[in-house]
Design a binder for this molecule. Structure first.
Ligand SMILES: Cc1cc2nc3c(=O)[nH]c(=O)nc-3n(C[C@H](O)[C@H](O)[C@H](O)COP(=O)(O)OP(=O)(O)OC[C@H]3O[C@@H](n4cnc5c(N)ncnc54)[C@H](O)[C@@H]3O)c2cc1C
Length: 328
């Protein structure tokens, strides 16, 4: 098997060994074995946030295929979209609806603190049960331990040079109605969000069969390739951006979030852009997704396009864009 079969951008080399885990014990034993024998081990969700290497992956890739739901506790391999739908069906006012249509599993959503429309997955976490590879113990993490930020958590920060985090998510307990700050992005319905995602090609491929059957080459991506930059208001004032440039308040009143997509497009890089002879292109629907339309592109080509975009935006706006996906 190749990793490209397990990632939404369809990139990645041969895998030494692929294991589907049916139980918590199998997941933990796989990690114990790999860690004792110093073998790389990657736990993969839907592969919707990964840019692997094209070379052979000399280690284990494991996938949690449990589908366990007990009250508000969900095992890590379940798709986030399925959980959001289930919660909204019985609890239509839950603001978890902002996360409608995001691809990926619960495990991936914790690691990345997946978010959209003003809400983040960790907003809804009561606690997260994990296997700690360092102490070899199962523990509960609170949100304080996870330190959720904008597409960032302690789990993600623990990855560094190895493919999986130190803490392996086993299951999460969700509070569908936590106390939340006002949503500065407005209160959209689930239907509005799914429609907008469908238009932009950013809907989970597992969302609904009608969409999944549509041939849409823009789908072969890892989602937003760059984070929206957060800069000081002082720098923002000096930039003299036009009124229509999107900007969002963040928790720190001295800082402001800009739209990476807007910066890219207004640096002169259009939707669908590709470097000469490259198999990798920007999505034809928006400039934030780097896509592999014919599924023959390489990681190197992704890096070349990313570098070109970063240099172009830096030159025009003196802003450094940082990538959102995890590079293996
Ligand atoms: C079309 C498209 C649209 C997207 N839109 C959004 C969006 O709106 N908002 C957003 O935030 N993201 C978005 N993304 C990115 C992606 O969907 C999210 O980051 C998602 O949470 C990743 O989940 P996954 O299961 O695919 O994780 P993977 O990509 O499989 O893995 C990501 C990381 O999590 C780790 N991991 C996975 N499971 C576990 C576990 N059980 N325990 C510990 N570590 C684990 C992996 O080892 C890896 O390091 C989009 C992606 C695509 C392709």
């Amino acid at each position: 098997m190749q990793l490209k079969e397990l990632t939404t951008i369809h990139i990645g080399g041969e895998i030494d060994k692929f294991v589907e885990c049916h139980s918590e014990e199998e997941i933990i034993n796989s990690f114990k074995f790999a860690d004792q024998n110093n073998l790389p081990i990657l736990i993969i969700g839907e592969g919707s946030n990964l840019i692997p290497n094209d070379d052979e992956f000399k280690g284990f890739v494991i996938k949690d295929i449990r589908n366990d739901i007990v009250n508000n506790t969900y095992s890590a391999g379940i798709l986030l979209e399925n959980i959001v739908k289930q919660i909204i069906d019985s609890n239509p006012n839950s603001e978890i609806r902002a996360l409608s249509g995001i691809p990926g599993t619960i495990g991936g959503a914790v690691v990345q603190n997946a978010g959209a429309y003003g809400r983040e997955f960790c907003d809804f976490l009561e606690y997260t049960r994990v296997y700690d590879r360092k102490t070899k113990k199962i523990i509960y993490l609170t949100n304080q331990n996870i330190e959720p930020g904008y597409r960032s958590t302690t789990l993600k920060n623990s990855i560094q040079n190895q493919p999986s985090p130190r803490w392996i998510v086993l299951d999460v307990t969700i509070n569908p109605n936590p106390i939340l700050k006002e949503n500065t992005r407005g209160n959209h319905t689930r239907e509005e969000i799914l429609f907008s995602r469908s238009e932009k090609g950013t809907l989970s491929p597992n969302n609904d069969k009608g969409q999944a059957n549509k041939i849409d080459n823009d789908r072969f991506s890892a989602g937003s390739f760059f984070k929206n930059p957060i800069i000081s208001r002082e720098k923002f004032a000096k930039m003299n951006l036009p009124e229509n440039a999107p900007k969002y308040d963040v928790e720190n009143p001295e800082r402001i979030k800009l739209s990476a997509a807007w910066l890219i497009e207004n640096s002169g890089i259009p939707k669908g852009f590709s470097l000469p002879e490259s198999n990798i292109a920007l999505s034809s629907k928006h400039t934030l997704a780097i896509t592999n339309p014919n599924q023959i592109g390489t990681r190197l080509e992704v890096e070349e396009l990313a570098k070109y975009i970063q240099e172009t935006v830096l030159k025009k706006y003196q802003i450094e864009l940082s990538p959102e996906p995890i590079f293996l």
